[in-house]
Design a protein around this ligand. Structure first.
Ligand SMILES: Cc1ncc(COP(=O)(O)O)c(C=O)c1O
Length: 393
């Protein structure tokens, strides 16, 4: 890649990111193209953002039409209202608040929960969860590596063990429980349906809100429109971000009527939130994804991907387990193979993959992935696994 770009990045960009030595120039469909014209199969989608891949007409057609970019929330704009209507009419929610990212959506959700709960202040979150990097969202993120340098964070957060109902204690001052239906950063761990149902029951018994963080797993990723649908558990608040703008930044907090009734003018705000350009694009993205045939295809292709990953488990003894749903999958590796080595071997094979959690390979391809791409993926994944396997010998 360009040495000049690499050096300038080092000189001028805050050094908080560890980047792969690749300079992307363009993309089409499920393919990313680097500055040397080499095509990579994208199994990461910009960390679950590019749900429609690259240059999808649902996005490019909207971008090609003139329209307002921004007006602020001091005024009405139709695209924002239309997107909110579409989200509410196709979910548990009765109202939506728009913001600009996942962490912001969670931050707002925490505020809404505290406003609703009046004097009750505490939040219960979970081991291996990830909710973002701002002070409130970070306070609900268990990983000490992310938290410790910035403490004290907001108070009143306690942690329970994911998928373990017995560890959950809602005694005292609890306003809300915050949980991912499938943990993304924590190693692609699906919540057991019984765990989510149990949380719902406990929340109902104590009049505590259930907040589902679907920033990574929401909007078609699981093969259902919402991650909660497989368990049948409806939240009081749901946070959404990554895929909604198809690559443009947008977050959303979906809430039910009882939470909405607790909120009034001035309680929360965002200058950019729900601007006309991003909501026009997001509505088009939403209308593409929520079609039953689209979701059916995510489930079908997801099963093919699962089968590929299972073959990897069967073939390589250092590949321990495949877990996930729809087009959100993790491949757990034994400690003897650092997942970074496999991601790196993937680049050599021209496939883009992610890591997460404890030594887990994470796959979050564009939701437009087809069977023919899964075939290409299988060849490249197996070659990458061979390579790291040889290095072990
Ligand atoms: C479940 C979950 N919540 C929140 C966030 C934070 O979102 P953002 O990076 O858009 O602030 C992420 C990001 O990875 C996430 O996976």
């Amino acid at each position: 890649m360009s040495q000049e770009v690499r050096e300038a990045e080092k000189q001028f960009i805050v050094q908080t990111y560890k980047r792969a030595p690749i300079l992307w120039e363009r993309g089409h469909g499920v393919w990313l193209v680097d500055c040397e014209g080499q095509e990579y199969l994208d199994m990461a989608a910009g960390i679950a953002v590019n749900a429609l891949g690259y240059e999808h007409p649902a996005i490019t057609d909207v971008l090609a039409r003139p329209g307002l970019l921004h007006t602020s929330n001091l005024y009405y704009t139709s695209p924002q209202v239309e997107l909110a209507r579409a989200l509410c009419q196709n979910s548990f929610a009765s109202k939506v608040f728009f913001c600009n990212s996942g962490t912001e959506a969670n931050e707002g959700a925490l505020k809404f929960a505290r406003k609703w709960a009046k004097e009750r202040r505490e939040i219960v979150a979970f081991s291996d969860g990830f909710h973002g990097r701002t002070m409130g969202a970070l306070a609900c993120t268990a990983n000490p590596r992310y938290r410790q340098p910035f403490e004290p964070l907001i108070g009143g957060v306690r942690f329970a063990t994911y998928n373990d109902l017995d560890s959950v204690n809602l005694d005292g001052d609890v306003a809300a429980v915050l949980v991912e239906p499938i943990q993304g950063e924590g190693g692609v761990r699906p919540a057991d349906a019984e765990f989510l149902r149990g949380l719902r029951r406990m929340c109902d018994a104590r009049d505590v809100l259930l907040i589902l963080d679907e920033v990574q797993c929401g909007l078609g990723r699981t093969g259902q429109l919402w991650g909660y649908q497989d368990s049948g558990v409806e939240p009081d608040i749901l946070t959404l971000a990554k895929p909604l703008g198809g690559g443009l930044p947008i977050g959303a907090i979906l809430i039910n009527e009882k939470v909405a009734n607790a909120l009034e003018a001035g309680d929360h705000g965002s200058t950019f939130g729900g601007g006309p350009l991003v909501t026009r694009v997001a509505r088009s993205v939403f209308e593409t994804i929520y079609q039953p045939e689209f979701l059916e295809q995510v489930r079908e292709v997801g099963q093919l991907l699962q089968a590929v990953l299972q073959r990897a488990v069967d073939r390589f003894d250092f590949v321990l387990e495949a877990r996930g749903r729809g087009l959100m999958w993790g491949l757990v590796l034994s400690e003897k193979v650092p997942v970074a080595n496999l991601v790196e071997a993937g680049y050599q094979q021209k496939v883009v993959m992610l890591s997460s959690g404890h030594n887990t390979l994470r796959l979050l391809p564009p939701l437009i992935l087809k069977a023919k791409h899964v075939e290409v993926f299988e060849k490249r994944l197996m070659a990458a696994l061979e390579e790291v396997s040889l290095a072990l010998a």
